[in-house]
Ligand binder design. Structure first.
Ligand SMILES: Nc1ncnc2c1ncn2[C@@H]1O[C@H](COP(=O)(O)OP(=O)(O)OP(=O)(O)O)[C@@H](O)[C@H]1O
Length: 624
C-alpha cells in the first residue's frame, strides 16, 4: 500500500480578516444609526423637564404674590397661572413624544442586536456551540437583549431629569436665598455619597456572582428538561433534579449575600431622599433663618416645594440603578458573543476546478492540547466512493465534518478542485458539498421546504423526485398535508425517516461532493438496500466520502480508509486490504462474526441480499 500524499495545484490558505470581526461591536457603534432618534429623545426630555418646572414655579410665585398682606396684582397672577398651565401642557407633550421615540429607538436597537447575534451565531464554528450551554446562549439572545431596554428607553429621561431639573431649580432657589439653597441640598448630597459605596469591588463582584448563579439556574433547568425522557426512563429524576436544586440553593445564598451588602446602603439612600427627611431639613434650616430675620416667611415655600423636586430625580436614578447596571453587564455579554471570531470568509473567493478533494497534513483538535486528527493525507477522486472505517472515537465523524467546513483544520489544508476550502465563499461551498449525518436536524417548516433547503427555488416536481429517490415519498404522502405538512408541529418523523428527508435534501442539492455518515443506518433492511442502490446510481461522477458501518457499503467502496486514533493506518481497495490480512481484514472479520453471531440480525446485513447471493464480498480494484 502506498501513502496517498498527493501534491496538487492547491494554494496556501491565507485566511482573510473577518469582516464581521473587524467591525468593532461597541455599543456606541451599535447606537450610531439611531443617533438622530436618541438626540431627539434627549432634546424633548430637556424641554419637557424644564417645562415641567413651570407649574411648580407658578405655585411658588402665586404663594409669594398672594401670601404677603396688601393688594394683589391680578394681571401678574393671571400670567403666572397661564405660564404654569402652558408648562404642564408642553411637559406632557414632550414626555409623550420622547417616550414614543425612545421606545422606537429601543425596538430598532434590540432588532439590530438580535440580527447581529443571529448573523454571528450563523458564522461561528459549530464547535463553539458544543462548548456553550444552551441556557447561556438563550439568555444572551433573549434576556440580555431585553435588558438593554432601560438603557435605551428610560436612561435618557432619567438622566435628563436628574440633571436638568435640579439645575434649573437650584438656579431659581439661589436667586431667593443661597444659604437655604445649600441647606436644601443636604439630603441630595447624603444620598449621592452612598452611590460609590454601592459600586465597590465587593458589591460589583456580588452582582456578577448573582448573574452567574441565575445563569446556572437557567442552564440546569434547560438541561433537565432536555434530558427528561432519559432521566425518567432510568429513574434518575431525583439525581437530575439535584443539579437544579443545587443551582437554586446557590442562587439563594448569593442573593442573601448581595441583599445583606446592599440593604443598609439602599435603606440609607431612601431615607435621605424621603419627603419627610427633606421637609425636615428644609423646615429646620428655614425656621432658623426666619427667626434670625434672614428670610421672609413666604420665601420658605419655594424651598419646600422645589426641595422635594430636587430629590425625586435622584431617587428615580437610584431605582433605575439596578436596571442600568444589569443593562451594562448584559451589553458586555452580548459584545462577547458578537466579538466571537467566525469562520473566515475570503474577500475574493477562489474558483475551484473540478471536484477532486485533497486533505493535506490535516490536523484538528476540539480542545488545545488534544488532537483528534493527527496528520491526515487523503485524496478523494471524482467518480469514486471512499469509505472510512475505524474503531469508535477514532475521528471518523470529525474528519467528514471538516469537508462541509463545520470546523477548519488547526494545521494543514483541505483543497476542493485545487482551492483551499477557506478560500471558497460559504455559499459556493454549500453548492459544492452536501452531507447527511446521523444527527439529522429538520426545521420546523414544511416537508417540501425541508427538502428544498439548499435549493429554495426548486419546483415541487424536483422535490418529489428527490423524495422518491430517497425512498421517503410514500411516507410523506401519509402525512396529514403531504409535502405541506409542517414537521414538528403537524407531524413528527422517525430517525430513519428524518435521515431519508436529509438524503432527499442532499440529492436535490445535487452537489458534486457528497459526505455521508452511513445515511441509511436507521432504515429497515428493504429501504436500506433501496437507498443504497439509489446512492450507487446517483454517485456517478461525484466525489463520495462515507463513514461506513455496513459491510455492503465497505464492499462497494472504491477505496477504504482505516482510521485509528486520528491517523490513517491502512488504505486501498477493499479486496486488496482483505487480502493483506492487516487492520482492515481483522475489522472486517470481527464485523462479520459479530453479525452472524447475532441471531436477531435477519436483515441481510450479514452480507447477503436475501437472495442467497453473497454481496458483501469486496470487489477487486487497485489501491490508489
Ligand atoms: N464536539 C466535540 N467536542 C469535543 N470533543 C469531541 C467533539 N466531538 C467529538 N469529540 C472527540 O473527538 C474524538 C473523535 O470523535 P469522533 O466522533 O470523530 O469519532 P468517531 O470515529 O466518529 O466515533 P463513532 O464511530 O463512535 O461515531 C473522540 O475522542 C470524541 O470524544
Amino acid at each position: 500500500m502506498t501513502a496517498t500524499v498527493l501534491t496538487g495545484p492547491g494554494r496556501r490558505s491565507t485566511p482573510m480578516p473577518d469582516a464581521g470581526h473587524a467591525e468593532e461591536q461597541s455599543l456606541a457603534r451599535l447606537l450610531r444609526p439611531q443617533l438622530a432618534g436618541f438626540a431627539a429623545v434627549v432634546a424633548l426630555q430637556v424641554v419637557g423637564a424644564v417645562a415641567g418646572l413651570a407649574p411648580l414655579l407658578a405655585v411658588v410665585e402665586l404663594g409669594r404674590a398672594l401670601l404677603p398682606p396688601g393688594p394683589v396684582d391680578s394681571g401678574h397672577v393671571r400670567a403666572v397661572v397661564l405660564v404654569g398651565v402652558a408648562g404642564l401642557f408642553v411637559r406632557l407633550l414632550c414626555t409623550a413624544a420622547a417616550s414614543g421615540i425612545g421606545h422606537l429607538v429601543d425596538d430598532q436597537v434590540q432588532l439590530s442586536l438580535r440580527r447581529r447575534l443571529a448573523a454571528r451565531l450563523a458564522r461561528v464554528p459549530i464547535g463553539w456551540f458544543s462548548r456553550r450551554r444552551t441556557g447561556e446562549l438563550a439568555k444572551v439572545v433573549g434576556d440580555d437583549v431585553s435588558a438593554v431596554h432601560p438603557l435605551i428607553a428610560h436612561a435618557p429621561s432619567e438622566l435628563v431629569a436628574a440633571f436638568v431639573v435640579p439645575a434649573v431649580s437650584l438656579t431659581y432657589l439661589f436667586t431667593i436665598d443661597w444659604r437655604l439653597t445649600v441647606i436644601t441640598l443636604v439630603p441630595v448630597v447624603l444620598a449621592l455619597s452612598v452611590v460609590p459605596l454601592m459600586m465597590t469591588r465587593t458589591r460589583l463582584r456580588e452582582q456578577k456572582e448573582l448573574d452567574a448563579a441565575m445563569g446556572r439556574i437557567a442552564n440546569s433547568a434547560v438541561e433537565f428538561v432536555q434530558g427528561i425522557s432519559v432521566v425518567k426512563a432510568y429513574g434518575g429524576a431525583r439525581r437530575a433534579h439535584r443539579t437544579f436544586r443545587t443551582a437554586v440553593d446557590e442562587f439563594a445564598d448569593t442573593f442573601l449575600r448581595w441583599v445583606r451588602g446592599m440593604s443598609v446602603l439602599a435603606a440609607g439612600m431612601q431615607l435621605a431622599l424621603s419627603p419627610p427627611f427633606v421637609l425636615l431639613v428644609v423646615l429646620v434650616g428655614g425656621a432658623a433663618l426666619i427667626t434670625s430675620g434672614g428670610l421672609a416667611p413666604p420665601d420658605l415655600l419655594p424651598f419646600l416645594l422645589l426641595g422635594l423636586g430636587l430629590t425625586a430625580p435622584v431617587a428615580a436614578l437610584g431605582h433605575g440603578f439596578d436596571d442600568l447596571q444589569a443593562a451594562r453587564r448584559a451589553v458586555g455579554r452580548i459584545r462577547d458573543v458578537l466579538d466571537e471570531p467566525s469562520l473566515p470568509e475570503p474577500a475574493n473567493p477562489a474558483a475551484p476546478e473540478g471536484h477532486r478533494v485533497e486533505l493535506r497534513a490535516v490536523r484538528f483538535g476540539y480542545d488545545p492540547g488534544h488532537e483528534v486528527l493527527r496528520g491526515i493525507d487523503l485524496v478523494l477522486e471524482p467518480g469514486t466512493v471512499t469509505a472510512i472505517v475505524g474503531p469508535s472515537g477514532s475521528g471518523k465523524s470529525t474528519l467528514v465534518q471538516l469537508l462541509p467546513r463545520f470546523f477548519d483544520p488547526t494545521h494543514g489544508s483541505i483543497l476542493l478542485g485545487g482551492a483551499d476550502l477557506r478560500e471558497l465563499g460559504s455559499g459556493q461551498l454549500h453548492r459544492l458539498v452536501s452531507f447527511v449525518f446521523q444527527d439529522v436536524r429538520l426545521l420546523r417548516a414544511s416537508v417540501a421546504d425541508n427538502i428544498a433547503l439548499a435549493v429554495p427555488r426548486a419546483g415541487r416536481d424536483d422535490v418529489v423526485r428527490a423524495a422518491r429517490l430517497a425512498h421517503i415519498h410514500d411516507r410523506i404522502l401519509e402525512l396529514p398535508r403531504g409535502y405541506d405538512t409542517v414537521l414538528g408541529a403537524e407531524a413528527g418523523l422517525s430517525g430513519g425517516e428524518a435521515q431519508r428527508i436529509a438524503l432527499a435534501r442532499a440529492l436535490l442539492a445535487d452537489t458534486p461532493v457528497l459526505v455521508l455518515d452511513e445515511a441509511t443506518a436507521f432504515a429497515d433492511p428493504h429501504t436500506e438496500r433501496a437507498v443504497r442502490r439509489t446512492l450507487s446510481t446517483f454517485a456517478g461522477d461525484r466525489t463520495v466520502l462515507v463513514i461506513a458501518h455496513r459491510l455492503e457499503t465497505i464492499a462497494d467502496a472504491d477505496t477504504v480508509v482505516v482510521l485509528e486514533n486520528g491517523t490513517i493506518v491502512e488504505r486501498g481497495s477493499p479486496a486488496r486490504l482483505l487480502a493483506r490480512g492487516g487492520r482492515f481484514a481483522s475489522l472486517w472479520h470481527a464485523h462479520r462474526s459479530a453479525i452472524t453471531d447475532d441471531p436477531s440480525d435477519t436483515d441481510g446485513t450479514d452480507g447477503t441480499d436475501g437472495t442467497g447471493t453473497d454481496r458483501a464480498v469486496p470487489r477487486g480494484g487497485e489501491s490508489r
